[in-house]
Design a protein around this ligand. Structure first.
Ligand code: ATP
Length: 348
């Protein structure tokens, strides 16, 4: 039952939101394609929720325009946009059963009785709650309640589904299950999803594109792999996982010449390398990039081991090495060499 044809294209043009002298959003421009899964990611207070509320129509922008399928909806009310919503604190109706909760928006829209029944049954099955239709929310687990919220928000085939940290109250395993569920629902239903989170791995795992916010400004919008591998700034690079930062002086780090790939970006005084691309050498390999450092700590993480090193000018270096490839008996305090292929270095 793909709804891609009904899926909304949403455009934001220089959206600004001010609270007194404070800029919660500064000139955010962004296009969300039909059927896309876009995640808004950023630290606490970066403006993600404010932006989502403006898209939903619950907050008015201080300046800028919002478009739905090319029409200017900047001043139209939330009901006219009719987006589905799953928010952390957007509770189910406690006195209604699962079925009644899911049927509610369909009844508000005055759909026929047979359609309400058919659609409610379909949605209960789609979110894996068959047999739970007569229960009230208090008789369901946290994960099951969020499934009902998803079913209720998607029942009337909204042009877009907006989700704000919907799983932050769930434990890690359940959170993973719900992420799989949301991805499957997006694939099956095909409508536009906009998802807010401050969890990097959640954003990378779920989305077709990720929009990074910081201090009310949009920093970068790209596919997960591109945003991780080709961060546009040091902020984005550091926000999305570990990265080693080497200060350069005339092309050298601590006097060692550093080879740099053709795609490293606009030259700057710092080179970034992700820890999983760094290699451990017990001796100076004499070829390629390699810098001497002292092994300070070793953390066993299962499939990978994390090595913390420090160079002679006190620059910390992190390596993620497959545990199976770790040399036996490697001891803390040893001098080793950390290398990387020149293609993996990015100017930041
Ligand atoms: P979190 O992940 O913590 O929810 P967020 O990125 O969603 O953060 P927002 O909730 O959008 O951030 O808030 C952005 C900024 O705007 C914050 O500094 C917040 O304090 C401020 N803000 C939000 N609503 C108001 C308001 N009604 N009055 C004044 N300031 C506000």
């Amino acid at each position: 039952m793909p709804q891609t044809d009904r899926a909304a294209e949403i455009g934001a043009e220089k959206i600004r939101k001010t609270y007194g002298a404070f800029n919660a959003l500064s000139d955010v421009s962004l296009k969300v394609g039909r059927g896309e899964f876009l995640t808004l990611l950023g630290p606490s207070g970066s403006g993600k929720t404010t932006f989502l509320m403006i898209i939903a129509g619950f907050e008015a922008a201080s300046a800028g325009r919002l478009f739905l399928n090319g029409d200017d909806v900047t001043n139209s009310p939330a009901e006219a946009r009719a987006f589905g919503m799953v928010f952390q604190g957007y509770a189910l109706f406690p006195h209604m059963t699962v079925e009644q909760n899911i049927a509610f928006p369909l009844k508000v829209q005055r759909r026929s009785r047979s359609e309400v029944k058919r659609r409610t049954e379909e949605m209960i099955e789609m979110v894996g709650l068959s047999g739970h239709g007569h229960k009230r929310p208090s008789g369901l687990s946290g994960g099951q309640q969020q499934r009902v919220a998803l079913a209720r928000a998607l029942a009337y085939e909204p042009p877009a589904l907006l989700l704000d940290e919907p799983f932050s109250a769930l434990d890690k395993n359940l959170r993973g299950q719900m992420q799989d569920e949301v991805r499957r629902l997006h694939r099956e239903i095909g409508t536009t999803f906009i998802f807010v989170t401050h969890d990097q791995s959640e954003a990378l795992a779920l989305s077709s594109r990720v929009a990074i916010f910081d201090h009310g400004k949009l920093q970068q919008v790209d596919a997960p792999r591109d945003i991780y591998e080709r961060p546009a700034s040091r902020f984005v690079a550091e926000f999305l996982g570990d990265i080693n930062i080497f200060p350069l002086d005339k092309g050298c780090f601590e006097g060692n010449p550093i080879a740099i790939g053709a795609d490293a970006g606009a030259p700057s005084g710092y080179l970034g390398v992700r820890p999983e691309y760094m290699q451990l050498h017990l001796q100076n390999p004499e070829t390629g990039n390699a810098i001497p450092a002292r092994l300070e700590d070793l953390t066993y993480l299962g499939a990978e081991t994390r090595l913390s090193l420090r160079t002679k000018s006190d620059v910390p270096v992190i390596l993620h090495v497959p545990t199976a490839a770790l040399p036996a008996g490697i001891a803390l305090g040893t001098q080793i060499w950390a290398g990387w292929p020149k293609e993996r270095g990015l100017y930041l």
